[in-house]
Design a protein around this ligand. Structure first.
Ligand SMILES: C[S@@+](CC[C@H](N)C(=O)[O-])C[C@H]1O[C@@H](n2cnc3c(N)ncnc32)[C@H](O)[C@@H]1O
Length: 433
């Protein structure tokens, strides 16, 4: 009889001293290029730096399966290291690839800025004859609606900006200006990003912003980007990671990578927290014209990792992972009145997606190379789902050696879960292929 080796979970090591500050995007808010768009769900450039510094080899081809705002490929590009990345959201992909572009010239940027400020500070056009607002139902006031995301004047101001951006011939500057527009959208709107959703600001009905104010915020953002453009023009880049920043669902798009070609993975997938990125980036997606119908939204949701309940999943098979099965059993025992059966299906589907990802990553990686995988644990109905331990077990099943789980931060769960489960661990799983 063949002896089976028992799986033993990896040690959990306290890294909060080192990681607490650098696992948040906050630090990027004033950093070269990273500051172009305030992305909440990202980590900082220092996280990438800390990994490169601790390695005992020099990576030549890094993979980030979930590019988000592009922190990993942007930072590695500055270090001269090639990085292949994948992103399913057209907005995040636009953001990451625009930040990776190295072909900007300050003189062209300033010429366009002068043209746009001339237009925006001149006589106002009857803009709706030239540009239409998106079809999103709650984006502007209309009969019967109690709340709307943009007031009329603000919407006109945004349309003016979109119009003047559309007059830019060069596609790379159009993308750059669209990123600048995206970065002011929530500021000029009646909503803010509130964890899993967009919520209305306090007293939003009383605060009115003018059409001209929108123009000025946009122009001010471009002024702030000027120094970065000048610095990009002066820099020498050894690699151009934008050509390897792929738009698509990594579960299938990863197939474009050659076998054994990757020697480091740094990434952070969507957490298992029911946060639907398509929902929380609705303003950017619609206003930049990256979606134009509700069917586009549904199609995008179907392409995202199954970490939310916005797509009906139906019956989902249970992955063979002992730690996961423990959590599912505990959930099964929860009072049936509370029950939303989409939740256990989402949990199973999330780990099936992880299973596929680790299977494919293993084939793409050269042997004995590192993976740094940033995740957070979750809780539903008072039951903890130890995502880091479950992912470790899945990785082990695919032949990765999990060295340790580094505790990075303690996160507050939602108020309903707080009493029952306390704080939840955010961590970085370190493994070797
Ligand atoms: C936690 S964020 C990554 C943040 C990134 N590390 C940063 O610093 O900006 C996860 C990203 O995964 C993307 N994503 C979700 N499902 C995906 C899929 N199937 N393929 C590729 N990307 C996906 C989301 O759109 C989101 O931008």
């Amino acid at each position: 009889m063949e002896a089976t080796v028992e799986y033993s979970p990896p040690p959990v090591v306290d890294y909060t001293d080192i990681y607490e500050a650098i696992m948040q995007f906050n630090k990027n808010k004033t950093a070269f290029i990273h500051q172009w768009y305030p992305f909440v769900e990202g980590y900082s450039r220092e996280f990438i730096e800390s990994i490169i510094n601790e390695l005992d080899y020099e990576p030549t081809h890094v993979l980030d399966p979930f590019a988000g705002s592009g922190t990993t490929p942007v930072e590695l590009q500055a270090m001269g290291i090639k990085c292949s990345s994948f992103e399913v959201s057209p907005f995040m992909h636009l953001l990451a690839s625009t930040k990776l572009n190295t072909q900007y010239h300050l003189s062209s940027f300033e010429r366009e800025l002068t043209r746009m400020s001339g237009f925006l500070r001149g006589a106002l056009l009857p803009i709706r004859q030239y540009m239409s607002p998106p079809l999103a139902k709650t984006f502007q006031p209309r009969k019967g609606l109690k709340k709307w995301v943009f007031d009329q004047g603000v919407m006109n101001g945004i349309l003016d900006v979109k119009y003047t951006i559309s007059c830019t011939d060069d596609a790379k500057y159009r993308s750059l200006f669209n990123v600048a527009l995206a970065s002011i959208l929530l500021d000029v709107s009646n909503v803010y990003r509130n964890g899993k959703c967009l919520s209305y600001k306090k007293k939003w009905q009383e605060t009115k912003m003018s059409r001209r104010e929108v123009h000025e915020r946009f122009l001010a953002k471009l002024e702030k980007m000027k120094d970065d453009i000048a610095q990009i023009e002066k820099s020498e880049y050894l690699v151009q990671n934008r050509f390897d920043c792929h738009y698509g669902d990594v579960r299938s798009s990863i197939d474009v990578l050659a076998e054994d070609s990757i020697d480091l993975v740094i990434t952070s997938p969507p957490y298992l927290n029911s946060r639907d990125y398509t929902d929380i980036y609705m303003a950017e997606l619609w206003m930049l014209g990256l979606v134009s119908s509700y069917e586009d939204i549904r199609a995008l949701r179907r392409r995202t990792l199954r970490s939310h309940v916005q797509v009906k999943l139906g019956e989902v098979e249970t992955p063979e992972v002992s730690k996961l099965q423990e959590s599912l059993r505990a959930l099964d025992a929860v009072d049936a009145d509370l029950w939303n059966e989409d939740i256990p299906n989402m949990i199973k589907a999330y780990f099936l997606d992880m299973d596929l990802l680790f299977k494919k990553m293993k084939a793409k990686m050269a042997p004995s190379k590192k993976v740094f995988f940033n995740v957070a644990n979750s809780a539903y109905y008072g039951v903890k789902v130890d995502v880091d331990e479950i992912v470790s077990e899945i990785a082990d099943q695919h032949g990765f050696h999990v060295e340790e789980i580094r505790e990075a931060r303690k996160l507050e769960p939602s108020s309903q879960q707080k009493k029952q489960v306390g704080k939840l661990r955010e961590s970085v799983i370190v493994m070797t292929s």
